[in-house]
Design a protein around this ligand. Structure first.
Ligand SMILES: Cc1cc2nc3c(=O)[nH]c(=O)nc-3n(C[C@H](O)[C@H](O)[C@H](O)COP(=O)(O)OP(=O)(O)OC[C@H]3O[C@@H](n4cnc5c(N)ncnc54)[C@H](O)[C@@H]3O)c2cc1C
Length: 469
């Protein structure tokens, strides 16, 4: 029997789509590439959702109005965003949590003292793993059929319409389909091609680590690009975080992030600083540091802090390199001691004494130093000193399928009437570059829900047409 709605993917966007389609009365089959124990894609690694709100709400403090959220997005993307789709995402983030709760998601306030998120982001109790488990439970209860270890290898399309999906040689037909199979961040060969070779003859992507799932290989994205679907975004743009160089190739998750960048300085392999570590609040800047490190020789960086920074950031899973003197720290990190000391001495001398406050854009800054450190600049002078080697950690890629408010996949600027897209596969419509914490789940939730509703409508309409014929 042909299913009404086929959902391809098993993370947040897919689950939101499956639940909405089922609630709208459609029969739904969800195909997840991963085995059950690895289900949930990158969504299983998440912690929070960025939410607009006009007044304090349960776990969210103060207000975070639509306009401020929009301005934050505009700033981090440098204008590379579709305003209509960005505003749609923002508004949807203001009214999705009751629906999420109905499907078993619980929220908790943010941790204090680590990131500045208590006003803007609702945290999932138990993290993204608990969120996807709750959605799977709810989907099963509602009668959504779920298959694991079911990677879709290709789609059968007919003039922009979805006909069937292939898992191996098995042909699975459906009246409508939602694509929510993530970006191509897990595909090392594609990343290598996209980033190419740099002026030093290096292949930067060979040194990337993937923070999340190994299953987002971009197989369907690649097929749709070849089939002429309209696309958005640049293949080298991605959410990229500087993570502990000792992290595993896949699924290191949140605990390998190094969150002390804004409290100290970051040097490259040559022992030199290369960017303003205090440019803005960490949740608005952490996602550019992977890219910054990717541009450095050897794609490696070193985050250096002193005792004053300890306790002010989320501790990473592996302890850093610790030393009682700066030259000793340089040596332990394998950096050239004289260059390292020159950089640290120049920085320490340039720090202007102000009132240190990590919760505001304070007046501790450097003067006469290039690059400047514009906030939270304090001399690194108090033992013990700590250093962390950093590598680029790819979270998710932004090259995706162009869409509109209906979440339809488009061919030659014409929306498909039964093929929809949600989550990372279309996040580039809203995120041309940059990132602000929690917006990935806002996009996946907003467009997953829309895609599910639209797919159910398309399927039920086509069912009614056939019944009447
Ligand atoms: C460590 C980490 C922490 C993060 N923290 C946050 C956070 O706190 N807040 C936030 O907003 N965002 C966060 N993100 C980003 C967030 O995970 C993504 O924006 C969001 O989860 C994307 O949802 P998705 O459903 O599109 O993709 P995913 O959750 O990655 O789901 C994609 C699914 O598709 C499946 N799949 C892939 N290919 C196929 C195929 N061919 N056939 C069938 N199935 C396939 C995969 O197995 C997977 O289940 C984080 C990401 C990582 C890696």
């Amino acid at each position: 029997m042909t299913v009404d709605v086929l959902v391809i993917g098993g993370g947040n966007a897919a689950l939101c789509a499956a639940l909405m389609a089922r609630e709208a009365g459609a029969s739904v089959l969800l195909l997840e590439a991963a085995p059950r124990e690895w289900r949930g894609g990158n969504s299983a690694h998440t912690r929070n959702l960025r939410c607009m709100h006009e007044a304090p709400q349960d776990v969210l403090t103060e207000a975070y109005p639509e306009e401020e959220y929009w301005q934050d997005l505009l700033k981090v993307t440098g204008g590379q965003t579709d305003e209509a789709l960005a505003r749609l995402t923002i508004r949807a983030s203001g009214n999705c949590r009751d629906w999420m709760r109905r499907h078993g998601v619980h929220f908790q306030p943010s941790l204090s003292g680590t990131l500045h998120l208590s006003r803007t982001n609702a945290f999932f109790m138990g993290g993204g793993k608990a969120l996807v488990n709750a959605y799977y439970r709810s989907a099963e209860k509602l009668g959504v059929r779920i298959r694991y270890q079911a990677p879709v290898e290709r789609l059968e399309l007919e003039q922009g319409r979805f006909v069937a999906a292939y898992v191996g040689s098995e042909r699975i037909m459906a009246k409508a389909c939602v694509l929510a199979a993530g970006g191509f961040e897990s595909n090392l060969e594609w990343l290598r091609q996209a980033w190419g070779q740099n002026e030093r003859g290096e292949w930067p992507a060979d040194n990337f680590l993937i923070r999340g799932t190994r299953f987002n290989q971009g197989v369907l994205l690649k097929q749709l690009l070849a089939a002429g679907a309209d696309t958005v975004g640049d293949p080298t743009q991605a959410h990229m975080v500087a993570i502990d160089a000792r992290a595993p190739l896949y699924d290191g998750g949140i605990c390998t992030r190094i969150d002390c960048v804004s409290l100290g300085v970051v040097l490259n392999r040559e022992g030199r600083r290369f960017y303003d570590e205090g440019e803005d609040f960490w949740p608005k800047r952490y996602a550019i540091w992977g890219r910054l490190v990717a541009q450095q020789p050897g794609q490696v960086g070193y985050s250096i802090i002193d005792a004053k920074a300890m306790g002010r950031f989320m501790p990473p899973v592996f302890p850093g390199v610790r030393a009682d003197t700066l030259p000793e720290l340089a040596q332990l990190l394998g950096l050239d001691v004289p260059t390292f000391m020159q950089t640290l001495n120049d920085y320490n001398k340039a720090c202007q004494v102000g009132t240190f406050d990590h919760t505001v854009l304070d007046n501790c800054r450097t003067e006469g130093l290039a690059p400047a450190k514009t906030h939270w600049a304090r001399p690194i002078d108090t033992a013990p000193f700590h250093g962390y080697a950093l590598k680029p950690g790819v979270t998710f890629t932004y090259l995706g399928l162009k869409t509109d408010a209906s979440s339809a996949v488009r061919f030659d600027n014409k929306p498909s009437d039964n093929l929809f897209v949600a989550g990372e596969m279309m996040a580039g419509n809203v995120l041309g570059k940059g990132y602000t914490a929690g917006v990935g789940m806002s996009i996946g939730t907003a467009f997953g829900r829309i895609a599910g509703t639209q797919a159910a409508q398309a399927a039920l309409k086509s069912g009614a047409r056939h019944a009447g014929a």
